[in-house]
Design a protein around this ligand. Sequence first.
Ligand code: GSH
Length: 222
Amino acid sequence: MTLTLYHCPDWASQIIRLALEELALPYEVHPMDWEAGDFDAPGFRAVNPLGLIPALETPEGPMFETAAILLWLNARHGGLGPQLHEAEATAYLSWLLFVANTLHPTVMTMIHPDRTAGETAAGEAGRLALERVMTQAAFLETLITTRQPVWLTPEQPALGHYLGMLFRWAICLPEDPDLRFSLAPFPALTAVLAAHEATPAARSLAAADGLGAHPYTAPEAA
Ligand SMILES: N[C@@H](CCC(=O)N[C@@H](CS)C(=O)NCC(=O)O)C(=O)O
């Protein structure tokens, strides 16, 4: 089965690349260059009309949206999270979609507050987004300490890597150092991310893409 991932290192497509690596699936990478206008190219818009990555070409048609691709890969190949017929799916789907619909856009607002609020209100938007991410991280901390879900261990690594990339960006990408996230108040979440950044798949991708030795827990901008 031929899979082609439209990808930039350290962008959201990295989450899908990590899943493909964890599954040891063969795939091709279609490198994307923002400056060269690749995101507006008609060929790419035929794959993802929204012009965003990740996008994945599959033998059954193109896919986009991180969570959708993770769920499809898991349905096809297993190993990334619970299957729909399993009891753990109720909690897993709820938290995966919380991450995709709530945490992911809030982290994007931390990184690009001007896109949400315009240049003049960007500082306040960034501050409020950081506050919301702190609250959302606290929800995750409680989840991990009370439930210790198997779908937040490297045994079922999709959501752990998704969180790892989001917190990586929240820690190192906001322009204002005072508006960057810290994992310090969240030891259980930190342990989950540390376990995921230590998987062989994460280590080899981090080395290949220059993401450092601790891309989730002690990240530096690539
Ligand atoms: N909800 C989308 C968000 C994807 C997204 O924001 N992708 C960014 C890269 S991190 C992108 O392609 N940005 C290009 C742009 O904004 O034009 C998903 O989860 O797939």
